[in-house]
Ligand binder design. Sequence first.
Ligand SMILES: Cc1ncc(COP(=O)(O)O)c(C=O)c1O
Length: 473
Amino acid sequence: MSQTREEKSMPDITTGHYPYAEKHGVIRNMPTEGRPRDEILAELEEIADAENQFWREGRVSGTMYCGDMDHYGFVGEAYRMFLHVNTIQRDICPSATRFEGEIIAMTLDMLHADAAGPECVPAGAVTAGGTESILSSVLAHREHARAVRGIANGQVILPTSAHSAFRKACHLFGLEEVVAPVDAETFQVDVDFVADHISDRTVMLVGSATNYGHGVIDPVEALSDLAGERGVGLHVDGCLGGFILPWGEELGFPVVMPDFRLPGVTAVSADTHKFAFGPKGTSTLSFRDKSLRNQLYFLDQGWSGGKYFSPGLAGSRSGGLLAGTWAAMVSLGRAGYLEKANAIFETSYAMQDVVKSHDELRVLGDPSYLFAFNSDALNVYHVNDAMAERGWRFNGLQHPDAIHMCVTLPQTLPGVVETFADHLAEAVAYARAQGDQPARSQAIYGGVPPELNEFVVDAISSILDAQADVPAS
Ligand SMILES: Cc1ncc(COP(=O)(O)O)c(C=O)c1O
């Protein structure tokens, strides 16, 4: 493993949201003159190195799915060749059509679109990430239901564990969300609740494979039966699991990817920027039939800028994202993905055994590559606090309080499971000693630090101050 932060005297990024000011200063207005490129690149490299130290020892859940710098370098090369290309101008970049088409073809193959049925023409799109795939799917289902079933005021039935992107989609697209509970032991959606709440206005159902919180696969087979019987759509959220569960299934781990083999499944999202090891900013959205995909094309015939035509929510996009994703997928192929998935599943089950070796801790549901745990005896956030002290970054959950680890390739490095075992034992002892003291960590996902606003306000006021100092001519 590379040098520690102290050895390289790097900024400590754990000390706050803006750790670079001291060393690099703060830019508060547009520089009058440009800086030399080599100086800029050296500064960027230092910042990147500092941030990479944080996850390279395999202690960060999710986020850095690959971690192999050679792979990132290769994907970066592919990206670099097309970073300036705008994929909306397909007449001058037919490469984008090739890359996008082949990314979708490979994804449909993995998701068994050949089982979609003779009446269907499977199709798909590459989007900017899981959230955009989910937004696009909800929009496509809304538009399809409006056109075919005349539903003006639709609703979506989603498990409470479904990713917040579905709620964002309902919010943006004026759909009612009907939130189904999950079982307190299995964390899978309550199918009876879903069945009881399907109405004339139901546009689509949602199941996760896996869900973000507990790494659990919903009973999609039962949802598929319901969707088929009642004539509604069914989106499988494979944003996280879509590029690992199929390989886990093939390898014989106890998982099954709910895909187009289930007749009621109308759409599947699977993020290429997670377990497909593509560049950040890409995901796939696959449809059982092009009639849903076609709802995403947007045509504005009368615009003075020309007849505007876009294939999805985005306008301009970098061809580099498509090239980098395509390159990642074809460089790994089935054999590469199977090998990496095998290491991830084995590591995750080994880490789960470590958790289960502590009587006070409980692994939730029936997870695979991502596992959550909590405790009746301890405050699990005390455990998290002590693990954070030792460089671990779990994701915090609520209702009930728990923490999770999404196992990625950095955790498969030699010695990580053993270190996890040692540190977890210390963390459990620490949590025991804390009793009712409040914990420092809590359940927060994403967010922009308030310091950012303060920072921008501060920078703007310094510009205004500077302008005020300029004597009026
Ligand atoms: C199950 C699931 N769905 C959707 C998303 C959203 O993906 P993104 O953050 O790429 O927008 C995530 C992100 O982790 C996820 O885990």
